[in-house]
Design a protein around this ligand. Structure first.
Ligand SMILES: [Zn+2]
Length: 283
């Protein structure tokens, strides 16, 4: 499942072919993904210029010159593919249509943007740009982890009196938006905080220290995604899924990477999700 850094990488990959370009034709090949598409979606997209691409949590928002914003959610298995890029960054020409190409945007610059999603947990919607933040998917979100609204004081306040494990608290999208299982595990490892510890029982100093670490973990992953973009363009035009080495995630039974630590990475299940951590250096 793509997390915030992967979605940001997709956004950065789409920006050069979509921003400023006009959607010459929109093919909407089925009535729904996870939810029904909005009425007349193809007609409302056709002929519209893309003014800019933003990201909120794991949603990509394409602001159109009609005053509407196209919301794109990759869900579990959604993929964005670019072909026929006019900037010459892709060697890929337009591929034959595939079974799960649900929405295809033909840009007036010759690029084609395809949303392919075999499991259909993804979503697309059209919202008024002016009130986009009030959309049901966005209104419930807390601050962006990389933005100024997320800071040490906010996290201390959010954790105060919380009996749930810190792992669950950081996955709570109302506390901080866009953090998923992988990067919470990685941030807690870097911070030396056990995922089992109750959020309300962590000292204020350690809670405050979590904030720059969360930012660093996400920024490192976004940087890795950025450096992968060029390769992906040249490979098959698919955006967003890149090899990234994790310190604990997916490393059950392997040696802890903290210098001098003799521990091994353990996996436990919390709220139905795997947590990976080192019991020796995460307390
Ligand atoms: Zn360790």
């Amino acid at each position: 499942m793509p997390e915030l850094p992967e979605v940001e990488t997709v956004r950065r990959g789409l920006a050069p072919v979509m921003e400023g370009a006009v959607i010459a034709q929109a093919d909407v090949n089925r009535p729904d993904l996870r939810w029904p598409f909005p009425p007349e979606m193809a007609a409302r997209l056709t002929g519209r210029q893309v003014l800019g691409l933003r990201r909120r949590s794991k949603y990509i928002l394409a602001d159109l010159d009609s005053g509407e914003t196209l919301l794109i959610h990759l869900g579990m298995s959604g993929r964005m593919l670019i072909s026929g890029d006019p900037l010459g960054q892709f060697v890929h020409t337009h591929p034959a249509p595939e079974k799960h190409d649900h929405v295809v945007l033909h840009m007036d610059n010759g690029a084609r943007v395809t949303f392919n999603d075999p499991r259909r947990f993804g979503a697309m919607d059209l919202l008024d740009t002016a009130t986009a933040e009030q959309h049901k998917l966005l209104a419930v979100l807390g601050p962006e982890p990389l933005g100024n609204a997320f800071n040490e004081d906010v996290l201390v306040q959010a954790f105060k009196g919380k009996a749930s494990p810190v792992k669950s608290a950081l996955l709570d999208q109302r506390i901080v938006a866009g953090l998923g299982n992988i990067y919470v595990c990685e941030a807690l490892f870097r911070a030396g905080v056990s995922p089992r510890r109750k959020a309300g029982n962590i000292s204020q100093a350690r809670v405050r220290a979590l904030v720059p670490i969360i930012r660093e973990v996400l920024s490192d992953a976004i940087a890795a995604g950025g450096s992968s973009l060029r390769d992906f363009r040249q490979a098959d035009g698919e955006l967003g899924y890149f090899q990234h080495s994790f310190d604990v995630y997916g490393r059950e039974g392997q040696p802890c990477r903290t210098p001098g630590c003799t521990g091994t990475v353990q996996r436990i299940v919390q709220s139905g999700r795997s947590s990976f951590y080192c019991a020796l250096c995460q307390t």
